[in-house]
Unconditional design. Structure first.
Ligand SMILES: [Ca+2]
Ligand SMILES: [Ca+2]
Length: 246
């Protein structure tokens, strides 16, 4: 063992840690910490703190000169996030899921998420599933392209649907996201189920775009980070429970 690398060593039945000065610390000292860490809530909190820092490092709202509003692309990763969970997080931060009113605004929003980490191929690897936007259908009385509205309440004047979209596939697609048409990434739109895994278990949305009318308060961004972390933990637990039931 090389002292200073805090490596684990097993001597007989006792596990010890080699410290920077070459001495050994008995795991007896660490036992209470380990018992504490075994508590599930503690683990979630440790994960939350670590992830908040990671999220905050990624948290840089950008102003678009076209309307003076502020935007941020939020990456969730893992097994993804539902549209409703994304909207809840956006509202907690004082904003809303992004509304797009022009080709220029669409191009700007796409520029925030033109990174493969925000995208995931669909079940047969033909199309790219990008982040959630604020569009949704208020009811199912005018499928597939009627009664769409924005989370912000703005008028639904501009659209940028991909070919043959919206198609209301499985009669379940009422929520908007960026879409790669025969590509991983793209600037066009698709309608999708709020929880994509409901009909295609391989599919997931990796993030979303938040919009604020004014520059967001730093506390809002922290809260956004916390919301994302706990929503992610909730989603992971939900998937874990689902697997256990199968
Ligand atoms: Ca629909
Ligand atoms: Ca669709």
């Amino acid at each position: 063992m090389i002292p200073g690398n805090n490596q684990y060593s097993v001597t007989g039945s006792a596990q010890k840690i080699c410290t920077a000065n070459g001495s050994f610390v008995s795991t007896r000292v660490l036992a209470p910490i380990w018992r504490l860490a075994k508590n599930r809530l503690t683990l979630v909190l440790i994960y939350a703190v670590a992830s908040i820092w990671e999220t905050k490092a990624d948290t840089t709202p950008v102003q678009w000169v076209g309307n003076g509003h502020w935007y941020e692309a939020v990456f969730v990763g893992g097994s993804g996030i539902s549209w409703s969970e994304a909207r809840t997080a956006a509202h907690y931060s004082g904003g809303y899921l992004a509304s797009i009113a022009s080709p220029d605004e669409n191009a700007f929003v796409y520029s925030l998420v033109s990174d493969p980490k925000f995208w995931k191929l669909n079940w047969n690897s033909e199309f790219g599933l990008g982040p959630w936007l604020g569009g949704y259908q208020s009811d199912k009385l005018a499928e597939p392209d009627g009664h769409w509205t924005w989370d912000s309440g703005e008028a639904w004047d501009y659209t940028n649907w991909a070919p043959v979209e919206p198609n209301n596939l499985y009669s379940a697609e009422d929520h908007l996201h960026l879409f790669g048409y025969y590509a991983l990434m793209g600037t066009q739109w698709n309608d999708l189920a709020a929880v994509p895994q409901v009909y295609q278990s391989e599919e997931a949305i990796m993030g979303y775009v938040v919009e604020w009318n004014q520059v967001p308060e730093p506390s809002s961004l922290t809260f956004l980070g916390i919301s994302v972390v706990f929503l992610s933990a909730h989603i992971r637990q939900r998937h874990k429970n689902k697997k256990q039931k199968v």
